[in-house]
Design a protein around this ligand. Structure first.
Ligand code: GLU
Length: 271
């Protein structure tokens, strides 16, 4: 118990932080961008950078935003359709981020990754150097999968997994996965309203994923299972991970104040 409390306290000192936000947090159910939330996210992340923290944003939403820009009635059903939507949507997303962060004096940079980038030692080193260079210049790296060229063999598959990999290759202290539910529940809260939420998880064995199958958000690509898996792997590499509700991005302040919000996977070295 003490260790768990200490682990929350340790988050106050987190310096390099990877924050992942999913499509369901960025886009309204009807497909339009949730500008109110994105504006708040930009303000909170800018304030965290003002505090001297190093932030990397992993943002989904390219396909969802692209479908809206192209006035498609729904997400394209073909791979090439989704890739085209992502190509269009990524530009719009970056335009919005660029404009909003500029209000607070920060530049943004786009980093699009595929799995073969991280599998190839030379390409990986180049990517890591780019992250380091951007962070040194106080630029916010905004990361997504390179959807336009990511066919199955070179796919990360989902941005939860991608964010966990980004946290590991950049040596982050903390990974925060923002989603549309308060955390990881022991039962599916939509079927069992009395379901309890995990607060601090120190068991990093695969068994901890058991409750994730049907629980949580179904709007994102991954659902709860990919979030738990990504958090568990980050924690096993010594990086604290928190799954939290992104409906109010100010929750990031609370996480970094050491408050008991969301579900924390306690990084291994700290246990
Ligand atoms: N790369 C996808 C997009 O930007 C999202 C993948 C995910 O949410 O896991 O639309």
């Amino acid at each position: 118990m003490n260790n768990e409390l200490n682990a929350r306290e340790a988050l106050k000192l987190a310096k390099r932080i990877v924050i992942k936000i999913g499509t369901s947090s960025l886009v309204h159910a009807g497909g339009k961008m949730n500008l109110r939330r994105i504006e708040k996210l930009a303000r909170v992340l800018s304030e965290l950078m003002n505090q001297g923290r190093e932030i990397i944003l992993v943002s989904s939403g390219a396909i969802g935003v692209g479908a809206e820009v192209l006035k498609l009635r729904e997400r394209p059903s073909t791979v090439s359709g989704r890739q085209a939507a992502a190509a269009v949507g990524q530009v719009h997303l970056m335009q919005v981020y660029s404009r909003l962060f500029a209000e607070y004096g920060y530049n943004v940079a786009q980093i699009l990754l595929t799995r073969d980038t991280v599998d190839d030692p030379e390409a990986l080193q180049n990517a890591v150097n780019t992250f380091t260079g951007l962070i040194e210049m106080h630029v916010l790296p905004v990361v997504n999968e390179n959807d336009t060229i990511a066919v199955d063999e070179i796919k990360f598959g989902d941005n939860d997994n991608l964010s966990s990999i980004v946290a590991r290759i950049t040596g982050a202290d903390l990974l925060v996965i923002l989603t549309d539910i308060d955390g990881y529940y022991k039962d599916n809260p939509s079927e069992r309203p009395d379901a309890e939420m995990y607060h601090n998880i120190t068991d990093l064995s695969e068994a901890i994923e058991a409750a994730a199958g049907g629980a949580g958000s179904r709007l994102g690509t991954g659902g709860m299972l990919t979030k738990v898996h990504a958090s568990r792997l980050a924690a096993a590499s010594g990086i604290h991970a928190v799954i939290a509700n992104g409906s109010d991005p100010e929750i990031l302040y609370r996480i970094l104040d050491g408050e008991d919000v969301g579900t924390m996977f306690v990084g291994r070295a700290a246990q």
